[in-house]
Design a protein around this ligand. Structure first.
Ligand SMILES: Nc1nc2c(ncn2[C@@H]2O[C@H](COP(=O)(O)OP(=O)(O)OP(=O)(O)O)[C@@H](O)[C@H]2O)c(=O)[nH]1
Length: 304
């Protein structure tokens, strides 16, 4: 058997595809994704945003590119929010991926898990991932538990793992790999990953800005990290959103500053999750009229 560490991106048998990680809150989805992609935690780059998915992580190894994507709707903390509209979003997202990882907690199968299970697509391979297997001392009890859950859905594979301890993650990856289509890689190995935290901070804010005011705000607006400091585990991030006009500024700030507050809060929460520590975030909206046409101005902002 040949097992070269070198990745040949042009190999004929290269596999690449989208993977969604779904499950009720608290089953360990984020922990699992972080464990699967290792240190290469990453979010979308400008290029990746042009795809129909929000990419949360990419791992390129073993002649395979695993592209993990977000599934809005499943992220909700409240199961009652899984209403019909939301279900439609979920269903659409899930039919556009190649593999779904349905995550549950070892020894626990609740109504909330069933709600998510009912949304699983029938025409796409779904893997039953039984996380937190480290909680179960007697692994023999996992078998009947797995069988009970598997009787409700036709899973392509069943893999008990411990995201926290890194137990059986290779087995899970091997199962995923088998189900991914033979495709050349969509992204260069380091296209999305290995970005600096400063870059990622700007990407997070950019994403929130577009989520909240996407269609209304012209593309000329931009997000700049003016200062990024780290002191121990704490990051202090100072960001300026540059817009062309007063009207755009008002749009971003919203009534009584509500919109900007929401953008800030959500951005900070995402950064804390991504960087694994507390974040102090300040966002200012500034008018820099004509900045995009002004070469000297661009240089000052590092856009050489
Ligand atoms: N013992 C154990 N705990 C785990 C494991 N994986 C995750 N956890 C813990 O479970 C809790 C929830 O993990 P998250 O990764 O935040 O879960 P999530 O599904 O992303 O949660 P939401 O963001 O609320 O949907 C955290 O306290 C984790 O440390 C595991 O394999 N074993």
């Amino acid at each position: 058997m040949t097992d070269t560490p070198q990745i040949d991106l042009s190999a004929d048998d290269f596999r690449c595809g989208y993977i969604a990680i779904v499950g009720r809150p608290n089953v360990g989805k984020s922990t699992l994704m972080n464990a699967l992609i290792g240190a290469k935690v990453s979010i979308t780059s400008r290029k990746a945003q042009t795809t129909r998915h929000r990419i949360t992580g990419i791992q390129t190894k073993d002649q395979t590119q695993f592209v993990y994507v977000d599934t809005p709707g499943f992220q909700t903390k409240h199961s009652n929010a899984l209403n019909r509209t939301l279900n439609r979003t979920v269903t659409t997202t899930l039919t556009a991926v190649d593999v779904v990882l349905y995550v549950i907690e070892a020894g626990m199968f609740s109504q909330a898990d069933i709600l998510v299970l009912e949304l699983l697509p029938k025409n796409i391979p779904c893997i039953l991932v039984i996380n937190k297997a480290d909680h179960i001392k007697d692994k023999a009890v996992l078998m009947p538990f797995a069988a009970q859950v598997a009787s409700r859905f036709n899973f392509a594979a069943i893999v008990p793992v411990s995201a926290r301890q890194g137990f059986q993650l290779e087995s899970l990856e091997a199962e995923v790999k088998k189900l991914l289509p033979v495709n050349p890689p969509m992204f260069a190995e380091d296209d999305i990953t290995d970005k600096s935290e400063k870059f990622l901070a700007a990407e997070i804010v950019r994403e929130k800005v577009f989520r909240f005011v996407g269609d209304e705000l012209p593309y000329t607006s931009t997000v700049l990290v003016e200062k990024f400091e780290q002191e121990g585990n704490l990051r202090r991030v100072f960001i300026a959103i540059l817009v062309d006009r007063d009207g755009h500024k008002a749009m971003l700030i919203g009534k009584k500053g509500e919109r900007l507050k929401e953008i800030s809060t959500q951005s900070r929460q995402d950064m804390e999750k991504l960087f694994g520590g507390p974040v102090y975030l300040e966002i200012w909206v500034k008018i820099k009229s004509g900045w995009a046409d002004n070469e000297a101005g661009l240089r000052a902002y590092g856009y050489e």
